[in-house]
Ligand binder design. Structure first.
Ligand SMILES: [Zn+2]
Length: 104
């Protein structure tokens, strides 16, 4: 953890989903990172260095991010290839489309 803190809030670690732009507990988010050597990949550990963006656990957000690559490209300042996008679409962390969204 280097650099300046990202936000205005200082309590529970929360990150914003780049698609729905809502704040979530970090554990509900999957980090996507633009690496210097392997392009844009899903970062299962959350610890890879590089510019990161978060997707929440709502299937609709993943669907949208995959259909509209510009969302992640803009967030990551990247130009994802079809292969990179396909790898994200196939990632095991992607929430299943048939899962019921659990809302309190
Ligand atoms: Zn979302």
């Amino acid at each position: 953890m280097t650099g300046k803190p990202p936000g205005r809030h200082k309590h529970v670690p929360q990150r914003m989903c780049v698609v729905c732009r809502r704040q979530f507990d970090k554990r509900r988010l999957t980090r996507v990172v633009r690496t210097p050597d392997s392009g844009v990949v899903v970062d299962a550990t959350g610890k890879r260095s590089g510019r990161g963006a978060y997707l929440c656990d709502q299937p609709a957000c993943w669907d949208k991010a995959i259909r509209h690559a510009g969302i992640l490209n803009q967030a990551l300042n990247a130009q994802m290839s079809e292969a990179e996008l396909a790898a994200i679409a196939a990632d095991p962390h992607r929430p299943a489309a048939e899962a019921e969204p659990v809302q309190a």
